[in-house]
Design a protein around this ligand. Structure first.
Ligand SMILES: [Zn+2]
Length: 219
């Protein structure tokens, strides 16, 4: 098994107030409210993502890629202790429009064929470094059997058995991890794994697995 203990020190410039954290907690808790309220919550959640990452990282919200409403959302009971890296093992698109279409097909695959409540990953990243909101922060994912309740699942879009991940995608994921620590959704000391460290799979592909040490560094 190969894992790294990573320490990211929250930056006070980005640190959220207690009230804001409580509000974020509400957005990610189990939600049985009306559709319109759910839509408002998603909009506010997306707005928070933009505020936190403005000028640093491009995150395409669920609203922007027209995600279907999840059947259920279960909140993580505490900040994630692990980050688990995956690849989608599908086509590698650079164009945002193609990526967004692709996200819809991944969500359909996960919800219809695999009977998941939503797209399985918390976030996905394209080759151009654009990050796409999957289940988002603080939500239990469906990506690594036995480890979904204390982790954050991030998928690189593409097949990385033969192709190396782009510098842009690596850089964006590092920024996303910083953002997660700043917002209190990820513990400042978290373990980073490739999916294959925790399950019988080739995911995230040989070349991406080899590149994982690049996510260790905090610069
Ligand atoms: Zn995987």
């Amino acid at each position: 098994m190969c894992s790294w203990k990573i320490t990211l020190v929250p930056n006070s410039r980005h640190a959220f107030t207690r009230k804001q954290k409580e509000e974020q907690g509400r957005y990610t808790s189990r939600d049985h409210t009306s559709r319109s309220k759910q839509a408002l919550i998603r909009q506010l959640h997306s707005l928070l993502l933009v505020i936190v990452t403005k000028g640093i990282l491009t995150i395409v919200s669920r609203l922007e890629w027209s995600a279907a409403t999840p059947r259920n959302r279960e909140a993580l009971s505490s900040p994630a202790q692990r980050v688990i890296i995956h690849h989608t093992a599908l086509a590698n698109y650079t164009n945002q429009k193609q990526c967004m279409d692709h996200l819809l097909s991944i969500q359909r695959l996960h919800m219809k064929d695999r009977d998941f409540d939503d797209i399985g990953y918390n976030f996905l990243v394209g080759a151009d470094g654009t990050v796409y909101e999957g289940r988002g922060w603080g939500v239990v994912g469906a990506h690594t059997k036995g480890y979904n309740h204390d982790s954050l699942g991030i998928a690189f879009m593409g097949n990385f058995n033969n192709d190396a991940p782009s510098k842009e995608a690596i850089s964006s994921v590092k920024q996303l991890l910083h953002s997660g620590v700043f917002q209190g959704f990820l513990q400042s000391q978290f373990d980073l794994f490739g999916h294959k460290d925790l399950g019988n799979t080739e995911c995230p592909g040989k070349k991406l697995y080899t590149a994982l040490p690049q996510l260790r560094t905090t610069r």
